[in-house]
Design a protein around this ligand. Structure first.
Ligand code: ADP
Ligand code: ADP
Length: 228
């Protein structure tokens, strides 16, 4: 599914964020990415959705070498990858329905297909009854669930989440985990960068720890392993 071979990333300012990573993530896995601030977690996952390109090495996603994808072809690749962020990134003037439909309208699906797909994912994230609401009328957890619905509406093989519970209170964070596990159970691979020690230590999954741009630990059913 995702295969990194000797991946390095140096930013234009000279900071070397990733220093030789080899990793394979299989179909259907659920992986936490942990490590101290500045360790390279965001850079590591940004390369998985081709937000950043490695300076050296190869990243294969379902056989596509992301390191070689040209800027103009990024939208094509993104259809295979869903991404959610700590700050949701919803469009504030669009309803829940429209926020989710947007990704499909961009690729010119027909209106009936769009409606079916949007209502199907709103059902998965349990927000069918709030389809007409604006993001500002929802709780933080609901907004994150809209973002998750939008990320999966194209049926991606991989969902990448960068600190998806970072802005949420603990109860809401657990709700988001229920949603992510449900999506994972339906077959989507999930890669989630997180600082949430309780979640990592309770909902046991593979843990990849990054420090100084290198993988320092990779455990099936691992622990968070840091104090905060
Ligand atoms: P983490 O997500 O673990 O906090 P990052 O991947 O954000 O780590 O950052 C790793 C290193 O790369 C840090 O030293 C950070 O300052 C640097 N860095 C991150 N993004 C950029 C950028 N766009 N330009 C230059 N340096 C960056
Ligand atoms: P179902 O029949 O599956 O329950 P509905 O067609 O009744 O689905 O729609 C459920 C919600 O989605 C309603 O709040 C509806 O207003 C909203 N909705 C459906 N289609 C659209 C659309 N094209 N644009 C905006 N909202 C829509």
């Amino acid at each position: 599914m995702i295969d990194m071979k000797d991946v390095w990333k140096t930013y234009p300012n000279g900071v070397s964020a990733i220093n030789g990573i080899d990793i394979t993530i299989g179909k259907g896995e659920f992986v936490y990415v942990v490590g101290p601030s500045g360790a390279g977690k965001s850079t590591f996952i940004k390369m998985m959705y081709r937000e950043e390109k490695p300076t050296k090495g190869d990243i294969s996603l379902d056989g596509t070498n992301l390191a070689k994808v040209k800027d103009r072809n990024v939208p094509l690749v993104r259809r295979k990858i869903g991404v959610v962020f700590q700050d949701f990134k919803l469009l504030p003037k669009l309803s829940v329905y429209e926020n989710v439909a947007f990704a499909l309208e961009v690729i010119e699906e027909n209106p009936e297909t769009i409606k079916q797909k949007v209502m199907r994912v709103l059902e998965i994230v349990k927000l069918k009854n709030k389809a007409r609401f604006l993001p500002s009328e929802l709780s933080g957890g609901e907004q994150q669930r809209v973002a998750i619905a939008r990320a999966i509406v194209n049926n991606p093989n991989v969902l990448i989440a960068d600190e998806p519970t970072g802005n949420l209170d603990p109860d809401t964070a657990w709700e988001i985990m229920d949603t992510l596990e449900e999506i994972n159970n339906r077959g989507t691979t999930i890669v989630m960068a997180t600082h949430n020690k309780e979640i990592v230590n309770t909902i046991k999954k593979r843990v990849i720890a990054i420090e100084g741009g290198r993988v320092v630990r990779d455990e099936i059913r691992g622990n968070y392993g840091y104090e905060i």
